[in-house]
Design a binder for this molecule. Structure first.
Ligand SMILES: [Zn+2]
Ligand SMILES: [Zn+2]
Length: 351
């Protein structure tokens, strides 16, 4: 909600323009200003506040409200909606007590739980029934008493952090100013250099007996080069770092999601043999010509692949090596030793 501008114009709601205490009307008195207090948020005009509370604390003049108010508790409302004004005040009050920081917590989960409990407390004070409000206020007071030292330490740390931030900003500003100054100085020097070159050309032309055309051409090229360089420098200066923001997290590029691999990176391409499309063998020829093997869905290629895989799957596995590799961890060693002793060849079956 945008803050209400402190203008003395009439608002859309006629009730907003009448003081509920003295019934003064902004229509008749354009300089009428309303004040609120953080106790009961009852609005009244400045002259009422002056009249009622200048001589000391007094009860709120609004019927049914028995809060005791002081003159220094009154201020102009920042928000047009007094409910929001009140919630902001409550939040400020709670935040001053519950001022722990994320680094105080072991895990993000704990930090989030803490934030949620604080939010619950705020909700109870702002929206709760009178009983809930009372409980919450008491809890707040108790917490403030029990954790006074920590609250003060956190406040101190907060102030220190602010101070450090201010100092870092001052250093960055100073650097930027120096950079700008140097840029200006360089520009000035370049311009002077260009002037000097032009003057030199004229002098050379006046003195020499050589080819005037050639000298002019050379000079033109030189001047053009220098002008171009000046322009380039200016562009670089414009594009150069104007503002230094530090401490930003490095963003990782989002990895492109790969298609789903049901084998989880398991490579099944044979390394010890090359699968042929056909194998010459009398027995296979018979099988290939068998009409029972020619029906749809039956592939000899699949049969070859499977047979070759099974034939080679035991090769290259040496129990002795496995034993040495697993001596570090006890359990696998025992398991491998057991299989080795019993003579069973336990192969990893991928199917
Ligand atoms: Zn009034
Ligand atoms: Zn009141």
């Amino acid at each position: 909600m945008p803050p209400r501008a402190q203008t003395n114009t009439l608002t859309s709601n006629p009730l907003d323009d009448i003081c509920p205490v003295c019934k003064s009307n902004r229509y008749l008195n354009p300089s009428l200003t309303f004040l609120i207090n953080s106790e009961c948020y009852h609005t009244m005009c400045t002259s009422c506040v002056d009249r009622l509370f200048t001589s000391g604390p007094a009860p709120c003049p609004v019927a049914g409200c028995h809060k005791t108010l002081r003159k220094r508790g009154f201020h102009t409302a920042f928000f047009a909606d007094l409910n929001i004004e009140r919630e902001v005040d409550v939040r400020k009050r709670v935040a001053a007590v519950f001022n722990r920081r994320q680094e105080d917590f072991e895990t993000l989960h704990d930090w989030n739980n803490y934030l949620e409990s604080v939010e619950d407390l705020v909700f109870k004070i702002v929206e709760g029934t009178p009983a809930m409000k009372k409980d919450a206020e008491e809890a707040l007071k108790k917490y403030a008493e029990m954790n006074r030292m920590e609250i003060e330490a956190n406040l101190e740390a907060e102030k220190e952090e602010e101070e450090m931030g201010r100092r870092a900003q001052a250093i960055a500003d100073e650097r930027a100013r120096k950079r700008r100054e140097m840029g200006k100085k360089k520009e000035e020097e370049d311009r002077r250099d260009l002037e000097r070159t032009k003057r030199n050309v004229i002098e050379t032309l006046a003195r020499s007996e050589g080819n005037a055309d050639e000298i002019t051409r050379k000079a033109e090229r030189l001047i053009l080069e220098k002008t171009e360089k000046m322009k380039r420098d200016q562009v670089e200066d414009l594009e150069g770092p104007k503002m230094a923001i530090r401490g930003l997290k490095k963003r990782k590029a989002v990895e492109v999601e790969k298609p789903y691999d049901p084998f989880g990176d398991l490579d099944l391409t044979p390394t010890r043999y090359v699968l042929q499309t056909r194998y010459k063998n009398d027995w296979l020829k018979q099988a290939e010509n068998d009409p029972r093997h020619m029906v749809g869905g039956y592939s000899f290629q699949e049969y070859y692949a499977r047979t070759m895989f099974e034939a080679f799957s035991g090769l290259g596995v040496f129990i002795e090596d496995e034993l040495q590799n697993t001596t570090a961890s006890g359990a696998p060693l025992a398991a491998v030793a057991a299989t080795a002793r019993s003579g069973d060849k336990m192969m990893e079956d991928v199917f």
